[in-house]
Design a protein around this ligand. Structure first.
Ligand code: SF4
Length: 371
């Protein structure tokens, strides 16, 4: 190796890191439900759930999901509403729809068996380079790299790579490091170990270098640059907005109006209490008026029910929820597929948006308090 060569060009350095890392992983790997039986299906479901979601949250969802759909064929045949109900609370619902669509394709094109060809896996909906590499390396030990939040940080620090990891050039370098680091055999184990080190030891803030198995070889640590590497990741700038939700009872019945969230909107395919999301007014009366035009039925707020604050993508949203005056059951002019009039019990069976579920629970509590 020449003096100016980056660390990852040095095979002895790579071997030393691998040895330290794998020994540490053998003693410290967490027991996770998808690790005990790492079939392609299990790894696939877990990797999709783990995108944007913490391990601790995913564990129960994974167990319930694989109990409901033990095979790819079961998932392909799933009822979409039941699937969304199982996914409810995990967020990023496009992931669930992609899993469903991909399962159907696997049944059609691959006889229900998860393909072991990299290009065929990449051709499935919702699966990119990272996920394909994770599935095939972990379940079939194919020599494929993985690059996600944890490994971007770990590889950057090991190699003392200071580039801005958001750039295309930096990403290319990181894929090169990820590939160079792979052992000839046991790539899946190596990938899991590198991700685990990032999750447990080499954390974004204040990494635990004093108990790191590879600190002697880590360039960021040697140079005291742990806090500066990886280079700046663009932060999301949030903007605030007010939205309005309305609990609309049906005259003479213990039922409420809920609407299906249209395609292209946040929480598309889930159900929600009528909600004005345009963020173009801070008046509940104006929001109710505009919503009335959409529904073809008058929404008239009568009292404030609650305020829910939450963040979605780049918005910090304040949702003002109002009770509205009761309407006649036949007054809604939406197409029949897009709305339902449901009792509180029936709301429990339908996949609702995060805030829709909060409102439904509030209705239960309020009604329990009244009895
Ligand atoms: S020594 Fe510190 S910065 Fe380097 S890999 Fe270990 S925990 Fe991360």
């Amino acid at each position: 190796m020449r003096a100016a060569d980056p660390a990852w060009h040095d095979s002895r350095w790579r071997s030393a890191i691998r040895r330290g890392l794998l020994k540490w992983f053998a003693a410290n790997a967490r027991e996770l439900p998808w690790r005990s039986d790492p079939t392609p299906y299990h790894v696939w479901v877990s990797e999709i759930m783990l995108q944007q979601t913490q391990v601790a949250t995913v564990i129960d969802y994974f167990r319930r999901f694989t109990a409901a759909y033990p095979t790819i064929a079961d998932l392909a045949a799933a009822d979409e509403q039941q699937l969304m109900r199982l996914w409810e609370g995990l967020g990023y619902y496009r992931r669930a729809r992609s899993l469903h669509a991909a399962a159907k394709l696997i049944v059609e094109r691959h006889d229900g068996r998860f393909p072991d060809d990299y290009e065929a896996v990449l051709a499935l909906p919702g699966i990119g380079r990272y996920t394909a590499g994770a599935i095939l390396s972990i379940s079939g030990d194919q020599r494929l790299p993985v690059l996600e939040g944890n490994t971007v940080r770990v590889f950057s620090r090991w190699g003392g790579f200071r580039g801005d990891v958001a750039t295309t050039a930096a990403k290319a370098t990181l894929w090169e490091i990820a590939t160079a680091m792979l052992p000839q055999r046991g790539a899946g184990r190596f990938n899991q170990a590198a991700m685990e080190l990032g999750a447990l030891v080499c954390k974004p803030k204040a990494p635990s270098c004093d108990r790191c198995p590879v600190s002697a070889f880590c360039h960021a640590h040697r140079l005291g640059l742990e806090d500066e590497i990886p280079g700046r990741v663009t932060r999301i700038t949030y903007s605030s907005r007010i939205e309005f939700g309305f609990v609309v009872p049906i005259i003479g019945q213990d039922r409420y109006l809920v609407c299906r969230v249209p395609t292209g909107e946040r929480w598309a395919g889930l159900w929600d209490f009528p909600r004005w999301t345009a963020g173009d007014t801070d008046s509940s009366a104006i929001a109710a008026e505009r919503l009335s035009e959409q529904l073809g039925s008058e929404v008239r707020p009568v009292s404030a029910l609650t305020t829910i604050r939450h963040a979605v993508t780049r918005y910090r949203i304040t949702l003002e929820v109002h009770r509205a005056a009761a309407i006649a059951a036949d007054s809604v002019k939406l197409p029949a597929d897009n709305y339902r009039l449901l009792s509180r019990d029936q709301l429990g069976e339908l996949p609702l948006s995060v805030t829709g579920r909060k409102i439904a629970r509030l209705l239960d509590e309020t009604s329990a308090g009244e009895t």
